[in-house]
Design a protein around this ligand. Structure first.
Ligand SMILES: Nc1nc2c(ncn2[C@@H]2O[C@H](COP(=O)(O)OP(=O)(O)OP(=O)(O)O)[C@@H](O)[C@H]2O)c(=O)[nH]1
Ligand SMILES: *[C@@H]1O[C@H](CO)[C@@H](O)[C@H](O)[C@H]1NC(C)=O
Ligand SMILES: [Mg+2]
Length: 186
């Protein structure tokens, strides 16, 4: 049994639902924050994910960051060597989608040019009538950056898990590749 530790930085514009998503995941759906409380710093949480068909685990250290300046700037100091990135935008707000590219670049500056697994998350998929960002467009952008794309509704049971599970899986796959590479040298 192997236990891996991964640092996952969660970024995106203010009020897109980052903290809601993180807290739903951490609490297994018990905590849906109805009122908006803005982050002014990083909130760190930890949760272990078991990898399907193995006895291995990935322990995710989730850095829920502030989207609002100047707090976002302060948060950046705590992203040393992130293993993964989760970028969140609001499906009802096109500006928040346009800014995702900048958020990804900002995180990538801290990874020494390593390719970092990531997910792009469009939240509030329950507000369909106000949707402003096309799924196909978001999907295409995600793939152009080598990211997986998820649409979630932090409100609905089950959906908030998918992005984190896919990050854990991606991290585990990287580990497997490295292990195989090292074994091929022996
Ligand atoms: N309808 C709906 N509302 C949501 C959903 N996810 C989050 N919200 C609401 O969006 C608001 C803002 O969510 P937060 O998670 O605090 O936003 P944040 O991205 O952490 O913002 P900062 O910390 O300032 O960067 C809250 O009022 C939530 O209740 C969702 O899936 N559907
Ligand atoms: C959309 O998001 C931007 C920043 O991401 C914000 O300034 C703007 O107020 C938002 N618009 C709406 C309608 O929520
Ligand atoms: Mg927050």
């Amino acid at each position: 049994m192997v236990k891996l530790r991964a640092r996952c930085v969660v970024v995106g514009d203010a009020a897109v639902g980052k903290s809601t998503l993180c807290q739903m995941f951490r609490s297994d759906g018990a905590v849906f924050q109805k009122n908006y409380s803005m982050n002014v710093g990083v909130e760190l949480m930890e949760k272990s994910v078991s990898i399907k068909d193995t006895s291995d685990n990935v322990e995710l250290f989730i850095y829920d960051s502030a989207g609002q300046e100047p707090f976002a700037d302060t948060c950046e100091n705590m992203w040393s060597q992130p293993s993964m990135v989760c970028v969140v935008f609001d499906l009802t707000n096109e500006t928040s989608f346009k800014h995702c590219s900048r958020w990804i670049d900002r995180v990538q500056k801290h990874t020494d040019g390593r390719q970092t697994p990531g997910v792009l998350v469009g939240n509030k998929s329950d507000l369909t009538s106000r949707r402003a960002v096309d799924s196909a467009e978001a999907q295409a952008f995600a793939h152009s950056r080598g990211f997986q794309y998820h649409e979630t509704c932090a409100k609905e049971f089950g959906q908030y898990e998918a992005p984190f599970l896919s990050l854990a899986q991606a991290f585990y796959s990287l580990y497997q590749e490295q292990k195989n590479f090292i074994q091929s040298l022996v």
